[in-house]
Design a protein around this ligand. Structure first.
Ligand SMILES: [Zn+2]
Length: 77
């Protein structure tokens, strides 16, 4: 892991990132996903994110529904 993630106000673009509040589907803890910093588009055209729950450690997959821009979170295996 050599990539560095640096947040700098000077390079922040408008609409570049927005926080999305979600609940862990396993333990229901509140999580915040930073959308837009490195979006991945899957083979179905969905904007997807992978993350792990900070509370229970579950591997989670978030997918943005392009129809209503809502973020859906599921446990990934
Ligand atoms: Zn959890």
């Amino acid at each position: 892991m050599s990539a560095k993630f640096v947040m700098s106000p000077s390079v922040k673009r408008s609409n570049a990132a927005k926080s999305e509040r979600v609940a862990c589907p396993n333990c229901a803890v509140a999580l915040v996903i930073q959308r837009g910093d490195r979006p991945e588009i899957d083979e179905c055209g969905f904007e997807s994110y992978s993350l792990s729950c900070r509370a229970c450690g579950s591997a989670l997959a978030g997918i943005v529904d392009p129809l209503d821009d809502s973020l859906l979170l599921a446990i990934s295996s």
